[in-house]
Design a protein around this ligand. Structure first.
Ligand code: GLU
Length: 504
């Protein structure tokens, strides 16, 4: 049977990088097995709907190159791929479960449920839940007479349909990552399957659609592990046990330090994005930066996510897409939480950035800053060639104004430290020599400087840092002869003379 997997996000906000990782692992398994990767939008919960979220999810996947084979945009023979458009298909399953005794009507209002919870608390009992121990005390078709139920429904009373968890059973299933998982059914709650607004809940819609879409593997986050035993029972109740998909619950992504799940707050605190793309919360209007806007390559971001919970068993860390597909398997996904490292993300990006040609880098810069300070393509590529070894993020290539602007000020501390009595004289002489050069190439400039220090019997340290200060205004940066060639003779000499006037 061919592998069919799905990524099934709910459009309740921006897609967290953990969600992207779930999509990635699904995608990789599908590609490896020459199967099908499906995007299904789980939008049955009207209360949690956030405008723009579905678009954001699609754009994020597109940026990462995690392209669905079937989905709302791509179509496919198992559509529609948005649950709100499949609304009409779920009621029959709720009815089937009621008819077969696997579900019941519950008429309790939210207030009544709250009161039951409060009561239990007062009596010092365990946290209350609607389950096989408490359902007998509530207002439902298990406790009310048949005709009373019928007349309530006929009168339009609000109800939900709840799953009737069987008593005294050990529910067993094999998780592809965790191995055998056993749970005592007495501890499960009677989940709501269908709501009074005519919409299914996640549990019913998810299971019904996985069945309808012939899903073979459910790969999702660990937060869904507690729901899995109930889903196993639901497959049985619906008579679909033989075609039940395999389950694989991915480990949580943990904070860089300390314990607990990585949250957006950690990102804000430590200064790294948790979303692939920038996201503007439609309610609060708060803007959260994304990996794309911070200057990451989607390839680096995806490569980082690949290794956040999976390893190949080798030392290899950089993977092309084809290598990822060939190497991926669920049995190498780790069980315990995967600690996120912002430094490692940067390391990946640096690797990708430095493997790009100057022309590719120039195009990357243009994608973030199309007009980049008037530099033409050749100049921009030259600048990128000089800066690649000193850059980690694409945005780092954009930050050095001395490629297109004279220094507005000079690092005073550096000037005080390096400027000696003889500096002005030496630098004036050197500037004049450079001004004589016909071929203003990196090699020739280097030669002039070397001859100059030899002739004057001084160390390079007496002119190098000052040269840099006059040209760029600061210390550090690319080779001075290379930068001078980039700027050209006229500009280099002008900067040296202006600087000498100001500092000398
Ligand atoms: N809609 C669920 C979510 O947002 C899907 C969970 C699953 O994959 O079963 O995470």
């Amino acid at each position: 049977m061919s592998v069919r997997v799905r990524f099934a996000p709910s459009p309740t906000g921006a897609l967290h990088m953990g969600g992207v990782r779930t999509a990635l692992y699904n995608y990789l398994l599908a590609k490896k097995e020459k199967g099908t990767f499906i995007l299904r939008i789980e939008d049955t919960d009207q209360n949690r709907f956030v405008p723009g979220a579905e678009e954001y999810i699609k754009k994020s996947l597109e940026w990462c190159g995690i392209v669905p084979d079937e989905g709302p945009e791509q179509g496919g023979e198992y559509g529609p791929y948005c649950q709100s458009e499949r609304k009409a298909s779920y009621a029959q399953y709720a009815q089937q479960l009621i008819d077969s005794g696997w579900a019941y009507y519950a008429f309790d209002t939210p207030e009544e449920i709250e009161a039951a919870r409060e009561n239990a608390k007062k009596e010092g009992k365990h946290a209350w839940q609607y389950d096989l121990h408490t359902r007998g005390t509530m207002r439902n078709s298990e406790t009310l007479a048949k005709d009373e139920v019928a007349s309530l429904i006929a009168a339009g009373a609000k109800y939900t349909v709840r799953f009737k968890v069987p008593a005294g059973e050990v529910v067993v299933f094999v998780d592809e990552i965790r191995g055998e998982v056993r749970s005592n059914s007495d501890l499960l709650d009677d989940k709501v399957l269908f709501k009074s607004d005519g919409m299914p809940t996640y549990h019913l819609a998810n299971v019904a659609d996985d069945h309808a879409m012939k899903i073979t593997h459910v790969i999702r986050g660990e937060e869904w592990l507690p729901s899995a035993p109930m889903h196993v029972l639901l497959y049985r109740a619906l008579g679909w046990e033989d075609s039940r998909p395999k389950f694989a619950h991915l480990p949580l992504i943990m904070k860089p330090e300390g314990n607990g799940k990585l949250s957006k707050r950690d990102g804000d605190k430590l200064g790294f994005p948790v979303f692939p793309l920038e996201w503007k919360d439609p309610k609060s209007e708060e803007i959260s930066s994304g990996y794309r806007e911070q200057g990451y390559y989607p390839e680096a971001f995806v490569n980082m996510l690949l290794l956040l919970g999976w390893n190949s068993g080798t030392e290899q860390e950089i993977f092309t897409r084809d290598e990822m597909i060939a190497a991926f398997s669920l049995d190498r996904v780790v069980k315990s939480g995967a600690r996120f490292s912002p430094d490692k993300s940067k390391w990946f990006n640096e690797n990708y950035l430095r493997s790009r040609s100057p022309e590719q880098l120039a195009a990357d810069v243009r994608s973030l800053a199309p007009e980049f300070n008037g530099l033409d393509d050749t100049k921009l590529a030259q600048m990128c060639a000089l800066m690649a070894e000193r850059s980690t993020l694409i945005t780092d290539l954009l930050t050095h104004t001395y490629f297109y602007e004279r220094p507005a000020s000079y690092d005073e501390k550096l000037a005080r430290k390096k400027w000696k009595e003889e500096t002005t004289g030496l630098m004036t002489e050197l500037t004049n020599e450079l001004d004589q050069l016909d071929d203003f190439s990196e090699e020739k400039i280097d030669q002039v400087m070397q001859d100059f220090v030899a002739k004057k019997e001084i160390g390079f340290g007496q002119i190098g840092p000052i040269f840099r200060l006059l040209i760029t205004g600061k210390g550090g940066g690319p080779s001075m002869s290379a930068l001078s060639e980039f700027l050209g003779k006229e500009e280099t000499v002008a900067r040296l003379r202006i600087g000498l006037e100001k500092l000398g």
